[in-house]
Ligand binder design. Structure first.
Ligand SMILES: NC(=O)c1ccc[n+]([C@@H]2O[C@H](COP(=O)([O-])OP(=O)(O)OC[C@H]3O[C@@H](n4cnc5c(N)ncnc54)[C@H](O)[C@@H]3O)[C@@H](O)[C@H]2O)c1
Length: 493
């Protein structure tokens, strides 16, 4: 089977591939927006339309003021400025975009299910399914459908089944093209990807569709960095990549707890093991725990699939990565409470950072909200400053979490009303106001600006003893100790 596939690919090299001139993407989020902006920038001969049912989001993408784009990513506004209204368009007219496109990317959200079968584990594919049904209804000629969203293995066949059921004389090819960009570095990742992965059916039409998409990326990505596979390998590779990345974070975080007990320093350990070329230096930074919309949901999805296919030992192996992450967030919150003489009730704790990492305004699954939630259970007063996250978002995150807690360390907590949350949580526009008269500061995001603060001034205006819990190890421990802070770093005694 594979042997024939290879022969066909060679044959296709000599065949004239269809030149793509019109692409649409359903979903103008953290993936759809930046990815399509870069495709439009690099392929001026292709009209790229990004559509979304969220009118506000589309209006923000079209805002003349580029500082109001709905997504903050370094370098993104410059790309949008070049391509917008040249060959890059943002619209809410989904039907029109589907009708005119030769390639349709599906880049909608695939969160963990919060109801019914697979609740708390499986990926919720209702948005992907809706897209497939809409394409089936509207399409009048052949289309290549590209799964950009991260989805469970074999979703392509579900999409194909829906599309096939239209009874129209139209050919739909479903490709898997998972996105590997990291938020915070999305634009440079898209400009210079380690690899592009495209999976498709291994028959003649499937291989032709693969080559069409290869042709799009090949406008700026060298051909040897574009990997083509069967559709299932491509789908599973995305879940596997995220599971491996998250596993590295959980592994070094597990060691950080041991470092604190033994007097070892987790940064020295990470440096020493990272110099081994078999291990490598990246993703060995110990922290309060990973967040973001992808790692946890994709591992839970993998675990669900393993159980579905009756592989409970494999499921348990990967589940431990998520449990270790819960443990790390809990350990950080508990350490704050223990250090502040076993209660934070009525105490002012300032959070520097709320986003799940620096250089993004994304707060999905941010460690900050889990730590805040645990401290709120003990009635702490939390004051937050984040350079890019809005007050509404912080309240929305905490409110959502009350009924969507995951992980056995937080599940037992009381459900708080929004009014009670608003009484205890204040959001500031300035770090110096946020830290004034605080009992303690907790650093939750590694924003560069935090390193450059006037820490002497901050210390002066805090209550004493002035505690600082650095959940990202970005501050200079010796310096801050000299100023007078009682400072805690992850993984250092
Ligand atoms: N965020 C990341 O770093 C990242 C990286 C790689 C892959 N992914 C995957 O990419 C996918 C999208 O993630 P995201 O972070 O961009 O999500 P997002 O929530 O930021 O964006 C999804 C958008 O899709 C829109 N949408 C949903 N259903 C729709 C429909 N039927 N019609 C029109 N619009 C619809 C929503 O309104 C939303 O704006 C997910 O599967 C995710 O796992 C995300």
């Amino acid at each position: 089977m594979e042997f024939f596939a290879v022969k066909k690919i060679k044959h296709l090299k000599y065949k004239q591939m269809k030149k793509i001139t019109n692409i649409c993407c359903i979903g103008a989020g953290y993936v759809g927006g930046p990815t399509m902006a870069v495709i439009a920038e690099k392929c001026p001969h292709i009209k790229v339309t990004v559509v979304d049912m969220n009118e506000k989001r589309i209006a923000d993408w079209n805002d003349a003021n580029l500082d109001k784009l709905p997504i903050y990513e370094p370098g993104l506004k410059e790309v949008v400025e070049v391509a917008r209204n040249r060959n890059l368009f943002f619209s809410t007219d989904v039907d029109d975009a589907i009708r005119n496109a030769e390639i349709i990317f599906i880049s909608v959200n695939t969160p963990t299910k919060t109801y019914g079968v697979g609740k708390g584990m499986a990926a919720d594919l209702k948005f992907v399914e809706l897209c497939a049904r809409q394409i089936a209804k509207v399409a009048e000629n052949d289309k290549i459908i590209v799964e950009k969203s991260t989805i469970p293995v074999r979703t392509a066949s579900a999409i194909h089944t829906i599309l096939k059921a239209t009874g129209k004389d139209v050919d739909f090819q479903v490709l898997s093209n998972p996105e590997f960009l990291a938020e915070g570095t999305a634009v440079s990742d898209l400009h210079n990807p380690d690899r592009i992965l495209i999976g498709g059916s291994q028959d003649e039409k499937g291989l032709e569709a693969i080559e069409c998409l290869v042709g799009v990326y090949n406008n700026w990505v060298p051909r040897d960095r574009i990997i083509t596979t069967n559709v299932w390998s491509s789908e599973l590779s995305k879940l596997t990549a995220n599971a491996f990345l998250a596993q590295r974070v959980s592994s070094i975080n597990a060691i950080s707890a041991l470092c604190e007990k033994t007097g070892a320093n987790v940064e020295e350990v990470a440096n020493a093991i990272g110099r081994d070329s078999r291990i490598g230096a990246k993703f060995l930074k110990s922290s309060v725990g990973f967040g973001g919309s992808c790692f946890q949901k994709d591992i839970l999805n993998l675990v669900y699939l393993c159980n579905y296919f009756n592989l409970p030992d494999v499921a348990e192996y990967w589940m431990q990565v998520v449990k270790m992450n819960d443990y790390q967030k809990h350990r950080f919150a508990k350490n704050i409470i223990n250090t502040l003489f076993n209660t934070v009730s009525g105490k002012k704790i300032t959070f520097l950072g709320w986003a799940f990492k620096k250089d993004t305004n994304d707060t999905r699954e941010t460690a900050a909200m889990y730590v805040a939630d645990e401290l709120l259970q003990d009635k702490a007063e939390i004051h937050v400053y984040d350079p890019k996250v809005s007050e509404e978002q912080i309240y929305a995150d905490l409110e959502y979490l009350q009924t969507h807690r995951v992980g056995h360390f937080v599940e037992q907590g009381d459900v708080m009303e929004l009014s009670e949350i608003k009484k205890l949580v204040k959001v500031h526009k300035n770090p110096y106001d946020a830290t004034k008269n605080a009992h303690a500061i907790a650093i939750l995001t590694e924003w560069n600006e935090f390193k450059a603060y006037d820490w002497e001034n901050i210390y002066k205006n805090m209550l004493k003893p002035a505690f600082l819990f650095d959940g990202r190890n970005i501050t200079d421990k010796n310096n801050l100790n000299e100023i007078g802070f009682e400072i805690y770093h992850i993984g250092k005694a």
